[in-house]
Each structure stands twice: as structure tokens, then as C-alpha cells.
Design a protein around this ligand. Structure first.
Ligand code: ZN
Length: 257
């Protein structure tokens, strides 16, 4: 890993800490930094407003965000390092569309990492950590109630990242952040119609065992939860939808001068 990458990762980490419960304000218009562009696109990929296969045309994005093409290009390069975007010579950038093999590997890796994280989190549970988890669960319940699908997806990933934060291992946190993003892409491509992501119910069962500081119990709940997500996938069919970039980022367009 280069020094530059480490610097970016450190920035990501602090942003994530804030974003878990209270999203940091994003700049709009000409103040938009490469970080902002990166985060706007990353969040839209993770919460599936931008489905796998979507063409990310540099010039269009530069127009939408009112920034230079160079700024968009560096954000896309970073997303390519994070495996959320693929960049092909002469064909440009697209939201990554994981293969069946990659989908299996992402979930295998996630199972291993989540096991380590949930055990460490259960062993390190404190009253403040419990309060944060409960606040998070309330936010998830609220998003379900409002039927805000994108918020539900984002919050269900954040739940797992919050556990990594409680576990207090930055290296595991880093691995998990990439795996959560990549899982979201896998689910977008292979989800059975009508299946739900990370169920709120699965998180409830986990929380109960975490609060009890039941390390093995929490690990068993996490394994069940991972099975539940894997069962919601159909690795025999591949889905790709087209979207309109302008429509996805219309809130940003609206705020731009
Ligand atoms: Zn989950």
C-alpha cells in the first residue's frame, strides 16, 4: 500500500466514524472536493441507487457535480481500487458487476472477518457501545417504517461497521468496509426478487447476545445472519438495470448554483 493510499484510508476511517450515526455534511457545487465526489458516488453505489453495470461517464458526472473531469477521474480511480467500479480502456468506467465466483469469495471472506469482529465486539461491550448500537437499531427501525429502501440498505451495512468500530481493530474495519461495499454490489446483482437485505430481525438477535457479552452466542448469531443473506441470493441469474445519472444525483443538481 502506498503512502497516498494510507492517507486516504485514514481519512475514510474518520469519516466513517462520523457517518455511522451522523452523516458529515457534503459540499455541493464548486466547493466539491475529490473526497465529496468519491463519497457521493460510493454512497449511491452502496445503497444501490446506481446499480451494477451503470455507465459512469466522466463528462456527465463533471457536469452534474460542477467539478473538473480530472476530479471525477481521480474519484473513479479510487473507486476502482476499492473494487466498486471497473475502468476499461476506451470503454470508460462502470459500476462493478461481480461474477458468481467473486460473489462467493466476497461472502466467504465476509464470514471469516465478521466472525472475528463480532467476537471482539462481544468481549468489549460497554454501556456507551450498547447505547450506540441501540440508537442505530432505532434508526434502522425508523428507515423500515418509512419504507426508505436506500436508507435501509445503508444502515444495515453501517450496523456491521459499527461492530467493527466497537471491536476496535482498524485493520479488520478496513477489510470489512471493502467487503460491505462489495456485498452490496453482489446483492444488487444476485438478490432473489422480493428478498430483503440484512434483516432487522437478524440484527436484533445479534444485539441481544452482544449485550449479554455472550461471545460464542454472538458468533453463532452472526453465522446465522450471514447464512440468511447468502440464502437470499440466486447465483444462477445475473441482473443489470439501467439508470439515469442525472436523476440519481438530482438532489445535488438542485443544490448547485
Ligand atoms: Zn446485517
Amino acid at each position: 500500500m502506498t503512502v497516498d493510499n494510507q492517507a486516504l484510508d485514514a481519512k475514510d476511517m474518520s469519516r466513517l466514524t462520523v457517518a455511522t450515526l451522523q452523516p458529515a455534511p457534503l459540499h455541493t457545487g464548486e466547493d466539491m472536493t475529490e473526497d465529496d465526489v468519491h463519497r457521493h458516488i460510493a454512497e449511491a453505489i452502496i445503497d444501490r441507487r446506481l446499480p451494477p453495470g451503470t455507465k459512469l461517464v466522466e463528462q456527465n458526472l463533471a457536469g452534474i457535480f460542477s467539478v473538473s473531469r480530472a476530479r471525477v477521474r481521480s474519484a473513479l480511480t479510487r473507486l476502482a481500487h476499492e473494487k466498486m467500479v471497473t475502468v476499461e480502456p476506451n470503454r470508460g468506467a462502470r459500476v462493478a458487476s461481480p461474477s458468481v465466483e467473486e460473489a462467493k469469495q466476497v461472502f466467504e471472506a465476509r464470514r471469516l472477518i465478521e466472525d472475528g469482529i463480532v467476537r471482539a465486539a462481544a468481549a468489549k461491550m460497554t454501556d456507551p457501545a450498547r447505547a450506540r448500537l441501540e440508537a442505530h437499531m432505532a434508526a434502522e427501525a425508523d428507515a423500515h417504517l418509512r419504507r426508505d429502501r436506500h436508507a435501509v440498505i445503508r444502515l444495515s451495512g453501517d450496523f456491521h461497521l459499527l461492530l467493527a468500530e466497537i471491536a476496535g481493530n482498524d485493520v479488520l474495519m478496513d477489510f470489512l468496509r471493502e467487503l460491505v461495499s462489495r456485498s452490496s454490489l453482489v446483492i444488487a446483482v444476485y438478490e432473489r426478487p422480493g428478498a430483503t437485505d440484512c434483516s432487522h430481525h437478524g440484527h436484533d438477535a445479534l444485539l441481544e447476545r452482544l449485550i449479554a457479552r455472550d461471545v460464542d452466542g454472538a458468533a453463532a448469531s452472526m453465522a446465522d445472519h450471514m447464512d440468511e443473506i447468502a440464502d437470499s441470493l440466486d447465483l444462477t441469474s445475473h441482473r443489470e438495470d439501467g439508470v439515469d445519472l442525472k436523476r440519481v444525483f438530482s438532489d445535488i443538481l438542485k443544490d448547485s448554483p
